[in-house]
Design a protein around this ligand. Structure first.
Ligand SMILES: CC(C)(COP(=O)(O)OP(=O)(O)OC[C@H]1O[C@@H](n2cnc3c(N)ncnc32)[C@H](O)[C@@H]1OP(=O)(O)O)[C@@H](O)C(=O)NCCC(=O)NCCS
Length: 169
């Protein structure tokens, strides 16, 4: 029987997974299905495949047991450009929300972007997604503009930005 003290909850980068070769399919299945059930603007399988084949991306997972890289609870997907990063997806399983997991994954990602010396993080969030807007605002993001009909007719997006480095020159 598994000892509770063996469990190490936390965030891991997909690239660093010890059993990545054997686990890729399970992880991708999790991402595709969780995204589909949680986000109206979900990506289909081929969009996810094309995302993970790109360079300059990050895919973080929140696991309840890092040692065995199992029990997936949430994920975050982002890409890096020259001076900034764009947060594309963040998702936590519905029955695990409001326990601080979104906040932990987001904080880990922001640390990573800082470590890569980028100036800013951008994201888009649908107007009305109060929980996500609250989460981003709490981490220091602010609304930079509204993008009309970004997700479809009468479905606007807020563009939010977190400035990590200010250019005083
Ligand atoms: C957004 C999401 C990732 C947050 O994950 P989470 O693990 O629940 O986040 P946390 O528990 O760290 O924080 C949630 C915060 O939102 C607050 N909250 C919950 N419902 C809320 C609402 N309707 N309005 C405002 N705040 C709300 C909680 O009280 C909590 O605040 P606290 O940390 O001050 O207590 C999760 O809701 C999710 O997966 N949503 C579906 C996918 C999605 O919309 N992603 C964003 C696309 S841009």
């Amino acid at each position: 029987m598994r000892n509770q003290s063996d469990l190490t909850t936390g965030v891991i980068d997909f690239i660093s997974l010890p059993n990545r070769q054997t686990k890729t399919e399970d992880f991708m299945r999790f991402v595709v299905s969780t995204d589909k059930e949680s986000d109206r603007n979900y990506w289909n399988e081929s969009q996810w495949s094309s995302f993970i084949s790109q360079k300059d991306i990050v895919l973080l997972f929140f696991l309840s047991d890092i040692k065995r890289d199992e029990t997936l609870i949430g994920f975050l997907a982002a890409r890096f450009a020259e001076n900034f990063s764009e947060l594309l997806k963040i998702c936590v399983l519905p029955n695990a929300r409001n326990q601080g997991i979104g906040n932990v994954i987001l904080a880990e990602y922001i640390d990573l972007v800082r470590a890569k010396n980028k100036d800013k993080i951008f994201l888009e969030v649908e107007v009305g997604n109060q929980q996500a807007i609250y989460l981003y605002t709490k981490s220091g993001f602010s609304i930079s503009r509204t993008r009309k009909n970004y997700y479809g007719i009468n479905r606007d997006a807020l563009e939010m930005v977190l400035t990590l480095k200010t250019d005083y020159s």
